[in-house]
Design a protein around this ligand. Structure first.
Ligand SMILES: Cc1cc2nc3c(=O)[nH]c(=O)nc-3n(C[C@H](O)[C@H](O)[C@H](O)COP(=O)(O)OP(=O)(O)OC[C@H]3O[C@@H](n4cnc5c(N)ncnc54)[C@H](O)[C@@H]3O)c2cc1C
Length: 369
């Protein structure tokens, strides 16, 4: 079997590395801080094909649904292989509207979701509060989506590291500066590596790797997202939320994702600001204002972390998986807002690609995209 070097230490690289090793390849992950950085570290961990469905992106929605279908088996196999819990939670999601104009927007969205055959149901304000007692009494109802779930993305990364180690994957804590025919990887410390095959899964870092100038290597741009982590209010034992709540607040989107330890992830902004991960006061203020408008109890929580990450965006928001113009060098990037959701699917596509195995028409189309 081939000696494969996977470049990157986020969820796409680590899940691909694990899948490749389970396919019998000899795998090395090349990245400076695997499992501890990138968009994967800051993400919210929502597995949300329905509430992520956007007008004009029906092809992406089909892919997200396919990705979601892989999660139950993937979560079970990963927890068994790593001996770690990943906080995979299938409780479901509620999206709520703050005012009448937000309600009208949600009704449009619901009609679109139904036009795609998605499982989503209109709920009145009181039905929403029955599901989530912590909601503000002044909301205008919402949409219940039973099939949108979540995973603790940091627990996921930890489990992937452990599963990779247990499978014999090795780690080279280095930064790749260039790739060349061979295939050859040039490292920032001056070393040169000559594996049989390479998978470039470095998120937005792909654009910093030299040697990939020709098509079909994808254009990936950084899309900044601010996100907060809040701890339980001092002295409380019951969690504020028991399911993911998304909201439309005077046209702004916000989400609150509860973790098993009582903490809450609140996100996220979507900003075109280049590769800047500065945490800005205005964005933190905006997220907190929107979150407390739908769940007033947020005021009492402990602010534990404010961070910003870079989503790897593509012109059509679809991921890019395929061969580059250098023999035996593949790429897997561009997962934009849904890389956690799409990680199991991407890993199996990468393994099929490197193993030169036939794929379903849906996945063939993805690889050619
Ligand atoms: C605020 C926010 C919230 C999000 N919420 C969700 C969500 O709820 N659900 C969901 O599905 N998705 C979510 N996403 C999107 C998701 O996080 C990304 O799509 C996904 O993490 C991309 O994974 P990746 O492995 O491609 O890239 P990254 O996680 O960014 O990892 C890139 C890795 O490559 C390494 N690297 C970069 N350059 C090099 C190099 N030259 N040499 C070696 N290594 C290199 C980096 O060090 C890093 O380890 C969110 C993103 C953000 C920013």
């Amino acid at each position: 079997m081939a000696q494969v070097h996977v470049v990157g230490g986020g969820v796409i690289a680590l899940s691909s590395a694990w899948e490749l090793s389970r396919n019998g390849h000899e795998v090395t992950v090349v990245s400076p801080t695997p499992g501890r950085d990138g968009a994967s570290w800051v993400a919210a961990g929502m597995l949300a094909p329905v509430t992520e469905a956007q007008f004009g992106e029906s092809a992406l929605t089909v892919l997200l649904l396919e990705g979601a279908g892989r999660w139950p088996a993937f979560a079970g196999a990963l927890e068994a292989a790593s001996g770690q819990s990943i906080g995979y939670d299938t409780t479901g999601t509620l999206t709520v509207a703050l005012d009448t104009s937000d309600r009208a927007s949600l009704d449009d969205l619901l009609a679109y979701q139904h036009s795609l055959g998605l499982d989503a149901a209109r709920r009145s304000a009181s039905e929403c509060r029955d599901l989530v007692p912590a909601l503000s009494p002044s909301l205008r109802g919402g949409i219940e989506v039973p099939g949108d779930h979540q995973v603790d993305n940091r627990a996921l990364l930890s489990a992937l590291l452990e599963a990779n180690r247990a499978a014999g994957v090795t780690f080279d804590r280095a930064t790749v500066t260039a790739v060349a025919a061979g295939p050859e990887l040039v490292l920032a410390d001056g070393r040169r590596l000559l594996p049989d095959q390479v998978v470039l899964a470095a998120g937005v870092g792909l654009s910093g790797i030299a040697g990939l100038d020709g098509a079909p290597t994808p254009e990936v741009r950084p899309v900044k997202g601010h996100i907060l982590r809040l701890g339980p209010a001092p002295g409380t034992t019951a969690p504020l939320l028991a399911r993911t709540v998304r909201g439309l607040v005077r046209g702004h989107s916000v989400y609150l994702v509860p973790r098993g330890d009582g903490s809450l992830v609140v996100g996220a902004t979507v900003e075109e600001r280049g590769a800047d991960t500065t945490v800005q006061a205005g964005a933190v203020h905006e997220l907190l204002c929107d979150a407390r408008a739908i769940v007033p109890g947020v005021d009492e929580l402990e602010l534990r972390e404010a961070a910003a990450g870079l989503r790897p965006g593509t012109p059509d928001n679809m991921p890019r998986i395929g061969w580059s113009d250098i023999d035996n060098v593949a790429f897997a990037t561009g997962h934009y807002r849904n890389g956690i959701l799409l990680a199991p699917l991407t890993a199996s596509v990468v393994a099929d690609l490197l193993g030169r195995r036939p794929m379903t028409p849906l996945l063939e189309a993805l690889v050619r995209a």
